[in-house]
Design a protein around this ligand. Structure first.
Ligand SMILES: [Zn+2]
Length: 200
């Protein structure tokens, strides 16, 4: 199952929420894109990223796929081993598990994320990743954790995943984004992706 990928494997890109919200254009790169149902839930429908997301899905460029339970379990175990599990949301786990599943099915996945914990776990399970800066995006997201039942808010880095008041599992949403560098290139070709892909 952990056989090394070869040059003949089909390259696919797996995107997390930060990619869409920060302005990643699905049509800016070649090949198939994947994401998970939880990512879809985190994207505000009537926003720029929501429109971009829907267009990509309708055109068949982007596929929303739920990873099987077996891959979710494997991802959680790996995250636990390196001590990052409490930093990952359900969404993060889904995205990582999806990449793992795609690899098992013969593709060569690249996860696009700015989340350090996700990058750590990707590294642990042997999945390649690239930061949004690879695509010329210099936006950082600030997340808000909240309880979907009583709407109490929690800091984005809160270690607990459960609402203190009512015990409901917390959700998160992008609060705002800010640009790190105004003078950066905003477009990058697929060649750039190949060249700048991070390896650890
Ligand atoms: Zn609550």
């Amino acid at each position: 199952m952990n056989a090394p990928t070869t040059a003949t494997d089909k390259k696919v890109v797996v995107l997390d929420t930060s990619a869409f919200v920060a302005g990643f254009d699905p049509f800016s790169i070649e090949g198939e894109l994947f994401t998970s149902p939880a990512v879809k839930e985190e994207i505000v429908e009537n926003s720029m990223s929501g429109v971009r997301f829907r267009t990509a899905v309708e055109s068949g460029k982007l596929k929303v796929k739920m990873p099987s339970e077996a891959f979710i379990d494997r991802t959680k175990s790996s995250a636990t081993v390196i001590g990052d599990k409490h930093l990952l949301s359900e969404t993060d786990i889904q995205v990582l598990a999806l990449a793992l599943e795609l690899r098992t099915r013969g593709s060569s996945p690249l996860i696009v994320t700015d989340d350090y914990s996700m990058q750590n776990v990707a590294n642990q399970i042997g999945i390649e990743f690239a930061s949004l800066a690879t695509f010329g995006i210099r936006l950082r997201l600030q997340w808000l954790r909240y309880c979907p039942a009583c709407y109490r808010r929690y800091p984005a880095d809160s270690k607990t995943g459960i609402c203190e008041i009512c015990g409901t599992k917390l959700k998160r949403k992008p609060l705002k984004k800010y640009r790190l560098n105004l003078n950066c290139p905003t477009n990058i070709s697929n060649e750039g992706l190949e060249r700048r892909k991070q390896k650890h």
